[in-house]
Design a protein around this ligand. Sequence first.
Ligand SMILES: *[C@@H]1O[C@H](CO)[C@@H](O)[C@H](O)[C@H]1NC(C)=O
Ligand SMILES: *[C@@H]1O[C@H](CO)[C@@H](O)[C@H](O)[C@H]1NC(C)=O
Ligand SMILES: *[C@@H]1O[C@H](CO)[C@@H](O)[C@H](O)[C@H]1NC(C)=O
Length: 498
Amino acid sequence: MISKTLLLSAILFLKGAEGQKSSQSPALDCPSLEKGDGYTQSEFLSRLAHECRYDRLLLPTYQTGEVVYVHASAYVYFIQPAEAHDLNFKLHFLLQLRWTDPRLAYTLYSPERTKIIGESDLRQRIWVPHLYMSNEQSSSLMGTDSKDVLISIAPDGEVLFSRRMQAVLYCWMNLQKFPFDEQKCSMNLESWKYNASILRLMWEKDNPVRLSTELHLTEYSLLDYWTNESVVRGDIVNMRLGGAGNYSALKFTFKLGREVGYYLMDYFIPSMMIVAMSWVTFWLQADASAPRITLGTSTMLSFITLASSQAKTLPKVSYIKASEIWFLGCIGFIFSALVEFAFVNTIWRRKKVVALKKVNSKYILKSTLTPRLARKELQKELQSSPQLTKSRSCSSLQQETSSDPAGPGYNNYLTVHSFPSALNLPTITTQSYDELIASGGRPRTAGSEGSDEPPKHHTWTQMTPQEIATWIDKRSRVLFPLLFIFFNIIYWTFVYCL
Ligand SMILES: *[C@@H]1O[C@H](CO)[C@@H](O)[C@H](O)[C@H]1NC(C)=O
Ligand SMILES: *[C@@H]1O[C@H](CO)[C@@H](O)[C@H](O)[C@H]1NC(C)=O
Ligand SMILES: *[C@@H]1O[C@H](CO)[C@@H](O)[C@H](O)[C@H]1NC(C)=O
């Protein structure tokens, strides 16, 4: 019984000793690097980066404590700015990083060897800086079969690490001048693990970023691009395991200008035509309600449809964009044309003839907007006028030209003609009387006290509502296009010069 336990413990002891021996063994046979030229590349590398002499979790300069400088360069295959409402863009590029890892210098061991080249497998064995893109939405290494990673190690330990990537990056566009805007978008590369006192990122000295000659930027043109180096405050921006400190960062910015051609052809020119179409209403008669209303509303609707299809492509930002100012301007013009019709039509349906001091816009508009006031003014003038009696001769001539349809009874209504207008526009005058009769106008307004004595004054002119409506339409035919041209001048000046 005792002997059995002794035997057992002896076996256990022996086993334990054996186990101890086997755990110590790797330190003893750390593979030799002597005569390195004789090994194949992968054999040599597995010896060079063997666990016993290389810890890939430690920085290349962990012994000296120096800053590791990582130089970066990029080759951009293509940039695809997304639709504006996504506020991002897609980038395909080759990112190349270069740093020196003294532990991988092999000149002494393998003098004949000029380069060690490997793909992802090599990447698994050596220290590689971890960078990330701080404005990325998504990114991935590209490659069909295996990922497109290439690493080459020079004899002095300089490592060149290239990878082909695609990334979707955020770009916070300012659309205030849309579609005449220029956008600056950037790719921000930042060190993930090590702060700036340990790892420093730098762009290569010359040509850090090269662009493919065939960047097919559909909607934009590339105006400029540049690179910047900076540090970001790690304690503010993000809280990483690395702890406090600033992190080294690289930035590549490019400036894109939007091609306006599409928007001109699809939005601005059609909307100009729609606005011009709304002016056709001024050539129609003021009582042609059906065609004029149809024209006004259909131009309004088609313009809104045009604008909303165009606005759908944009993000819903709160500020006013240049395209919206255009929208407001055009809709204002179309709306005013419609209002003009309502105004003119209302005047057309009035029955009372209006007396005017002079045939110019000020008096006509004044009388149409405040017909009663104008009449009162006239009355006042007539009462105070010392020429009342003197103007008898005028009135007699007046009665001659407009005698038969009106008769003397109409004289107390403001049938006051100035000489020139009465002579120049005899047809209009008679027409106005015809219409007065047709509409059964009641000549009451001028006040009853003047009924026996016809109030006449040579500076006053009379216009029927229909004449005034036509007059307003005629002025609008010129005024609206002129105002629209003026609006265009201001708009395009602002868009292109500010
Ligand atoms: C980035 O670099 C460009 C040109 O090299 C320079 O004009 C710009 O001021 C720099 N921006 C920052 C934030 O340093
Ligand atoms: C950077 O990080 C190291 C630890 O990774 C830390 O010891 C050092 O203080 C940090 N540097 C700064 C400036 O915070
Ligand atoms: C980080 O940088 C800022 C200036 O950019 C500096 O004021 C601050 O002291 C730096 N922080 C550390 C820990 O080095």
